[in-house]
Design a protein around this ligand. Structure first.
Ligand SMILES: [Zn+2]
Length: 328
């Protein structure tokens, strides 16, 4: 599998010179993962994460969500401490920590990372250095320990210092207690990456799902880290089976959602996947599939995030093309 993904990475690299030729007349610097207006997906996203105001939302029962400084951060309070899920971008770590203390009045003692991406682990250095226990699925530790390349979105990161790495890891699932709340951490196999954690917080009826769901934007599928469209859909189906109409769903990015929102998003992924699979079956190339605009009727609602419809289409195409190569 890794081997195939490597090959895909090379295939993307080989289209890069064409992109560069097209844009040099516009005097725009570009890197791999070109998305159109001279910016990679990651550059566009980072700009938002550096500049959006930090917002606090109470989820009730001692739970808070902090948003704006990268991926959403969830805080769960008990008598003497705060456990947080994800740590934002590194440039805003102290701002986030101050905001968490102001809302919870308790020090952060534990951190769970939903996956390895910089906008969910950027505060790990700051928090790990102050003695916070970092918990994650075992692949997150591997990914943060060495340099990772995700050429498709223009991301190169990893090789974090040792204090930023998870010290408690699990493979399939793990249960934590935080005051009256029971947190069940689950990995349903590769989805957004190969180290995703979904966290169910039982008494509060909250599910923190990380980047398998961006609300309401097309997601990144991190193929280089083992992610796939089929894995995303599989994980979403498991979450739908574990939640109800009252569950508050905390997405990786965007406002708190309902199970109905998650169902709509899952159905869109299934439809786009099906359309692209049909086009691949008809022998279409990636560019031809993009030209066929298989996401068109969903773009008004879902296409205005940092993942454009074209980039999303290319990621789904590549995920499915990789799968068909592997089965030959
Ligand atoms: Zn991510």
């Amino acid at each position: 599998m890794k081997h195939i993904l490597h090959k895909l990475g090379l295939a993307f690299a080989s289209i890069q010179p064409i992109v560069l030729v097209l844009v040099t007349t516009g005097a725009v610097m570009t890197v791999a993962g070109q998305v159109g207006a001279g910016e990679t997906v990651i550059q566009k996203a980072t700009e938002q994460f550096e500049n959006n105001p930090l917002k606090v939302t109470s989820l009730g029962k001692g739970l808070f969500m902090f948003s704006g400084d990268g991926g959403n951060v969830t805080a769960i309070v008990d008598d003497g401490s705060t456990l947080i899920i994800d740590s934002g971008v590194d440039s805003r770590a102290t701002e986030l920590n101050d905001a968490i203390f102001k809302a919870t009045l308790r020090p952060v003692t534990r951190l769970v990372n939903t996956h390895w991406h910089f906008d969910h682990t950027g505060g790990n250095v700051f928090l790990g250095s102050s003695g916070v226990t970092i918990i994650a699925q075992e692949n997150v530790k591997k990914q943060l320990s060495s340099v990772q390349d995700v050429p498709f979105v223009g991301l190169r990161d990893g090789h974090y210092p040792s204090q930023a790495l998870p010290t408690v890891t699990y493979s399939k699932s793990m249960v934590l207690r935080q005051g009256p709340q029971q947190l069940t951490l689950v990995n349903y196999g590769p989805a957004h990456t190969d180290g995703d954690t979904i966290i169910y917080i039982a008494r509060a009826n909250v599910a923190v799902v990380g980047d398998i769901f961006s609300n309401p934007f097309y997601p990144i599928i991190d193929l280089a880290s083992g992610g796939s469209i089929d894995g995303m859909i599989y994980s979403l189906d498991r979450v739908l089976a574990q939640t109800d109409g009252q569950t508050k769903i905390v997405p990786g990015h965007g406002p708190v959602a309902t199970r109905a929102d998650l169902q709509e998003y899952r159905d869109i992924l299934v439809q786009v996947r099906q359309r692209i699979q049909v086009l691949i079956g008809a022998g279409k190339t990636m560019d031809e599939v993009v030209a066929a605009a298989p996401t068109k009727d969903f773009d008004a609602k879902w296409g205005s995030g940092y993942v454009t419809p074209d980039v999303f289409t290319k990621m789904v195409f590549s995920s499915l093309a990789g799968t068909s190569t592997a089965s030959r």
